[in-house]
Design a protein. Structure first.
Length: 233
């Protein structure tokens, strides 16, 4: 009889890689297969969209510099009909490239060259919500009671303003993933507050003062320079 709460292993995770560089293909194939992931490689974006439309994958690794279609345009098309987690892996390291990709629906962005450990950690974070895990309701010594809207650190109650609490929940819903300023502004303040990152900075400073052991060097509420923020568990 099958268990009602199966433990999912990497072998059950199917990864599609859209990448035309042979060296990167070989590196990622060796890395991911060594960790038990099922990997399929496609060198062209339009063929990759066809695969995504007709086969089941758990996560997409997307290079932006594909030979037949720009990765950002592919991402826009994909998000019209699919919510598959997407991790961009690209040599484009400019802040605006990252912001654009994340605003267009990427879940994360890793700049080449990257370490094996970093990519594997980003993969785990991207896959976590898709497997029905219990929602993340804390980090470090911080715990959140979403029913009573209470927050504790080291078992001591912490008072958060309404906006601080909503922003914390936003980051928790996307724990491990980078969020752009506009993504946070839209989810917490509403779409009319886009392009006002100063709103976030004030409340992030408050959250760090209340929830980080060392607010000047935060371990969990991390800044993604020029992009936004990431909650690291």
């Amino acid at each position: 009889m099958k268990s009602t709460t199966p433990t999912l292993t990497p072998a059950q995770n199917r990864v599609l890689l859209l990448e035309d560089d042979a060296g990167m293909q070989s590196f990622l194939q060796a890395l991911l297969q060594s960790q038990g992931y099922q990997l399929q490689i496609c060198a062209e974006g339009l063929s990759g969209l066809e695969l995504l439309a007709h086969q089941q994958f758990d996560v997409l690794l997307l290079d932006l510099g594909l030979p037949d279609i720009d990765g950002i345009e592919l991402l826009r098309q994909l998000r019209q009909w699919s919510e598959i987690p997407v991790i961009v892996i690209s040599a484009r390291g400019k802040e605006q490239d990252k912001v654009t990709a994340l605003d267009c629906g990427a879940n994360d962005y890793v700049t080449k060259p990257f370490s094996a450990g970093e990519l594997l950690a980003r993969l785990r974070a991207a896959l976590r919500p898709r497997h029905g895990h219990t929602p993340v309701l804390g980090f470090g010594t911080v715990r959140i009671d979403p029913v009573q809207r209470l927050v504790h650190k080291d078992d001591v109650a912490v008072h958060l303003t309404k906006t601080e609490y909503e922003m914390l929940l936003c980051l928790l819903r996307h724990a491990g993933s980078a969020l752009t300023h506009n993504q946070i502004l839209t989810q917490v303040w509403g779409a009319t507050y886009q392009d006002r990152p100063e709103y976030i900075r004030v409340h992030m400073a408050g959250l760090r003062q209340k929830l980080e052991d060392n607010p000047a060097a935060p371990q969990h509420l991390k800044t993604e320079a020029g992009v936004g923020y990431r909650l690291c568990l």
